[in-house]
Each structure stands twice: as structure tokens, then as C-alpha cells.
Design a binder for this molecule. Structure first.
Ligand code: THU
Length: 147
């Protein structure tokens, strides 16, 4: 699936956003290594802090269904009820969730300000020096080795 098609999936995902407080609706479409597309939208809450971003909705749907390897995510967002017109970059928490499941050197983050205005980033550029599972694995290995 090409990036334009994935952006269109994210635009469709945004239709389901539940954002009665911010009125800012976000859609994400996550492509896994088997070619499946996982859609996500933001889901807000009257208590505010339980709000889930579109990107994490997509990741948690995918992981809960067994997907573990991911290639690229497309993200779109903007004022509810209006077409997208600006870039919507993932928040820090979502970047950290990406770091958990993706290789930062190859996982791509696609932002779109319109279906044809697209910018692509590598996760390692959006989250430099990210802390991930490899850091814990390396520490556990050193402990096991008695070093
Ligand atoms: N939001 C996302 O879903 N993804 C982003 O990348 C940025 C922010 C949501 C969270 C909240 O529901 C609304 O946008 C305003 O912050």
C-alpha cells in the first residue's frame, strides 16, 4: 500500500473520532508487516486524562489482535467537521509507544496536510535517543553476565 492510500485510510479513520471536548479530530492508519491496515481515532473522556490518541488506538488495536511488526503509520488531524489543512504530528507519548514496537531506523511516520501534501519522517528523527526495549534487554544481559 502506498503512502497516499494510507493517508486516505487515516482520513477515513478520523471520521470516527470521539472528541467532544477538544473538537480536534485525529485519524491514524497503521500498516503492519503482513499488509494489514489498522485504523485508529482519538477517543476523549470527560475526565480528560484517559483520552487516547488516534495513533495509540491504532497500535493497541493491532497489538491486541496479535500484530507485532509495523512498517508505517499515517496521521491526519484538525478541527472537527472540517477537512484537514495542517500537519498533525504525534505527541510524545505516542512516539514512545511507537518506539516499543518499531525499529526507529526504519519505521516511517507519514503526516498529511491534504491527501496530496505528504511529509514522511523516520521515527529515529522524531524521537532521537529513544529509550526502548533494547535498553532493558541490554541491562538484563549485563546483570546475567555479572558485569
Ligand atoms: N491527538 C491525537 O489523537 N493525536 C495526536 O497526534 C495529537 C493529539 C488528540 C488528543 C486529543 O483528543 C486531541 O487530539 C487534542 O489534543
Amino acid at each position: 500500500m502506498d503512502e497516499v492510500a494510507l493517508v486516505r485510510e487515516a482520513i477515513a479513520a478520523r471520521e470516527e473520532a470521539y472528541a467532544p471536548y477538544s473538537h480536534f479530530s485525529v485519524g491514524a492508519a497503521l500498516l503492519d508487516s503482513k499488509g494489514r491496515v489498522w485504523r485508529g481515532c482519538n477517543i476523549e473522556n470527560a475526565s480528560y486524562t484517559p483520552t487516547n490518541c488516534a495513533e495509540r488506538t491504532a497500535f493497541f488495536k493491532a497489538v491486541s489482535e496479535g500484530a507485532r511488526e509495523f512498517v508505517v503509520i499515517a496521521i491526519v488531524g484538525g478541527a472537527e467537521g472540517l477537512p484537514i489543512s495542517n500537519w498533525c504530528a504525534p505527541c510524545g507519548v505516542c512516539r514512545q509507544v511507537m518506539e516499543e514496537f518499531c525499529d526507529p531506523r526504519s519505521f516511517r511516520v507519514v503526516l498529511a496536510a491534504s491527501p496530496r501534501q505528504i511529509r514522511t519522517y523516520l521515527l529515529e528523527d522524531l524521537l532521537p535517543l529513544g529509550f526502548g526495549p533494547h535498553d532493558l534487554e541490554a541491562a538484563a544481559q549485563r546483570e546475567a553476565d555479572g558485569q
